[in-house]
Design a protein around this ligand. Structure first.
Ligand SMILES: [Zn+2]
Length: 460
């Protein structure tokens, strides 16, 4: 049955629209903490009906009533990706919930195997509402302005699950959302530019890579009617050069939305540029060598999702991002926690002498110089293999359609090489070359350095 025709669901949705979106503005610190405690108690209670959590909690002899608030979180065991895989499908959902009411979603699996879990219909509504929260912060109205959203609509992604099978199939494309344009980031950038050019949006939301493509095409004279006031990036880390490129090309303000398939939206940038955690939705914890990190110190993130009737996510350790918290205040009026910086996935990092870790954000920055300095996107794919602490191999696949335009391959190679040497030093051996093909199933970054034996001293 279409849940949008169900009065109970609709009234829940209306209530959520009126109160949830504005919560981080309407609650002060103390009230928010109280709200988080209540949500945590509810979700722990609920997770006790989910076999995966039931088994784990029983083993540690934890009863739901032992958890009274956020300060008790550390009593709970950590949940890994393998735990979810082991109990999937029936063991990751509540025995009290009918599986037909849930939507299966999968992580994109850019670094190997993808993970499947379940969300519920209301997760989907909230995902949309919290996007509205971020838009409002930047002066964009979801019903007055024209919005282009370039999602990942490959089968089984969160975009397909929530938007295509959820929102659009239940509410009808073109009627309720006729000021919105939904495009698929897996399409050809030229097609995307043509579509956006016809639609003339005030706002564009999309993945970092696709936004870069659009900016370059715009610089080359395509898409003269693409003049958004605001652009939001999702997916991987938005590097500074790319942010500048977007700001300058479109004369727009740019903000980043940070989220994960498992949890939904985690944080977004306010108009001051600070990353505010969606503290009424998620509660992240940050650790380095098993100790909580200090303000601005990068660490590994554990995350707890404070809502939903799908697969509970409580102290989950496999978002795999290196993130630094920020224990300071922002004067924008949004309450809750803050993040200093998102450095990217730790399984995509590289390791060097002296305990130095080159973070994905820095790797993207190096490779991003090809786009920002040489103004070309003729590198179609990149594979980075680290053979040892002192030796990198980088394979590039060139887009044949662009081969004879812009800078030479040697110029590109030298920009990348200099980029690495600037960050790591001249002693590093780097072998960069063009290849005909790469194994698309393989991770983009592979290191043969044993991460488990590596003692981290410094993040670069
Ligand atoms: Zn702020």
């Amino acid at each position: 049955m279409n849940p949008f025709l169900n009065p109970v669901f609709l009234s829940k949705m209306l209530k959520s629209y009126l109160f949830d979106i504005n919560r981080l503005h309407s609650l002060d610190k103390k009230e928010l903490k109280k709200y988080q405690d209540k949500q945590l108690r509810k979700i722990v209670q609920f997770s006790y009906t989910v076999p995966l959590y039931h088994d784990k909690y029983k083993k540690k002899n934890i009863k739901p009533h032992d958890i009274k608030g956020i300060e008790d979180l550390e009593k709970l065991p950590i949940i890994s990706k393998e735990d979810i895989e082991k109990y999937y499908p029936d063991g990751v959902i509540s025995t009290k919930i009918n599986k037909n009411q849930l939507i299966q979603i999968s992580t994109s699996g850019t670094t190997g195997k993808s993970l499947s879990l379940f969300g519920d219909m209301f997760d989907m509504v909230l995902w949309f509402f919290y996007y509205i929260r971020a838009l409002r912060e930047h002066g964009i109205s979801w019903y007055k302005n024209r919005l282009t959203i370039i999602g990942d609509f490959a089968p089984h992604t969160i975009g397909t699950g929530y938007v295509q099978r959820g929102l659009l199939s239940n509410l009808g494309e073109g009627r309720f959302f006729n000021n919105m344009q939904w495009l698929d980031t897996n399409s050809d950038p030229k097609f995307i530019v043509k579509e956006i050019n016809n639609f003339k949006p005030d706002f564009i939301g999309g993945y970092v890579g696709m936004l870069g493509h659009i900016a370059l095409l715009k610089e080359k004279g395509y898409g003269e009617n693409i003049n958004p006031n605001v652009i939001a990036s999702i997916g991987s880390v938005l590097t500074n050069p790319l942010r500048k490129l977007l700001e300058n090309t479109f004369n727009a303000s740019v903000f980043e939305v940070y989220g994960a398939t498992e949890t939904g939206t985690i944080a977004f940038q306010c108009r001051n540029g600070c990353y505010h955690i969606m503290s009424d939705l998620v509660y992240p914890e940050f650790f380095k060598n098993n100790k909580p990190t200090l303000s601005r110190e990068p660490g590994k993130m554990l995350i707890t999702k404070l809502y939903g009737k799908g697969t509970p996510i409580i102290r989950y350790n496999a978002i795999n991002d290196i993130v630094a918290p920020l224990y300071e205040e922002c004067d924008c009026g949004i309450s809750g926690g803050m993040i200093d910086r998102i450095y990217g996935r730790d399984d995509l990092a590289l390791y060097f002498s002296g305990g130095r870790v080159l973070l994905p954000a820095s790797i993207s920055e190096i490779h991003g110089r090809v786009l920002s300095e040489l103004k070309t996107n003729k590198i179609k794919h990149t594979r980075i293999i680290q053979h040892n602490l002192n030796n990198l191999e980088i394979k590039l696949i060139i887009d044949n359609k662009l081969r004879n335009q812009g800078p030479t391959i040697n110029e590109i190679i030298s920009v990348i090489k200099n980029g690495y040497q600037d960050k790591i030093g001249k002693e590093i051996v780097i072998n960069i070359r063009e290849v005909d093909k790469v194994n698309m199933k393989e991770a983009r970054v592979i290191t043969k350095v044993d991460r488990n034996k590596f003692k981290i001293k410094k993040y670069i």
